[in-house]
Write a new protein. Structure first.
Length: 277
């Protein structure tokens, strides 16, 4: 496989990601509120919203176990990546994406992130018009946009969300984006071993426990939606909250997938060096 970047360039990029990881504290006031014990949250959150959150969580579970309705076609992604790399659409195949320059992957993933964040903002504003009565449409919509943008980012870096192991990685990205600093460290530790053979054997057992993985995401998301439930005022709040949430999820996806691709390229360079010795 051709590697477009030098070892020095890859190591510099990796250090930037490590620096980003150290700066992820998850300490916004909304996140702190979201960490109130869920027993208390259950009593404060209207049953209407809790029911919709339950539906949204079931959607996440269905995605992890079978792909649900969120698995996307790679064709549109191939066109975007081909355009960014200056290749004709017909020449770029899914198996070739992993060979693209890191710059092409980064630019395409960033463009998609901006587009999906704007879509989330529009959707949040629209659903904020009626407060609690239109929030029912916002919750599953945000889950869908979040899962889709992470799948698109995965494809940008040459990974395929049709693979159950990849869907688990996407769930970890969701968990990372909504966790506090302790939770983020735990997720990073899990993902550091993600490519190891013994980890891949445990994928299905981890999938069975997906509800535990998304507990933090549920608590955080529930509080954000409560603030959006005020009619009319929810337009502004819904737009801002949805955009910020999508920005955070997309950033986590880009950084974590980018790190995987860089680590793989460094391992390939190590293997080539050993072979030449």
């Amino acid at each position: 496989m051709e590697i477009h970047e030098t070892r020095e360039q890859l190591e510099q990029e990796l250090q930037q990601i490590i620096k980003w990881e150290k700066n992820q504290h998850g300490s916004s006031w909304l996140d702190r509120i979201g960490r109130i014990p869920f027993a208390v949250l259950d009593r404060l959150t209207p049953k209407f919203i809790r029911d919709k959150l339950g539906i949204a969580l079931n959607e996440i579970g269905r995605f992890i176990q079978s792909g649900g309705s969120y698995l996307i076609s790679p064709k549109a992604m191939m066109k975007k990546l081909a355009k960014a790399s200056g290749q004709p659409d017909s020449e770029l195949k899914p198996r070739d994406v992993a060979r693209l320059p890191l710059r092409v992957m980064d630019d395409t993933a960033m463009d998609l992130s901006r587009s999906r964040a704007n879509l989330a903002a529009i959707e949040g504003a629209a659903s904020g018009i009626g407060g609690i009565f239109t929030i029912a449409a916002d919750i599953p919509a945000m889950i869908g946009i979040s899962l889709k943008v992470l799948q698109e980012i995965a494809l940008c870096y040459g990974y395929y969300p049709a693979d159950p192991q990849e869907r688990l990685f996407i769930l970890k990205c969701l968990q990372f984006a909504s966790s506090d600093v302790v939770g983020k460290k735990a997720v990073l530790q899990e993902l550091s071993d993600f490519e190891k053979a013994d980890t891949s054997k445990e994928v299905f057992s981890q999938i069975q426990g997906w509800r535990e993985v998304v507990t933090t995401y549920r608590d955080n998301f529930g509080w954000r939606k409560m603030f959006q439930a005020v009619p009319v005022a929810g337009i502004l709040f819904g737009s801002v909250v949805n955009k910020n949430s999508l920005d955070g999820i997309a950033e986590a996806g880009r950084m974590l997938y980018r790190k995987r691709r860089i680590m793989e390229r460094l391992r390939e360079l190590d293997g080539a060096a050993v072979a030449e010795a």
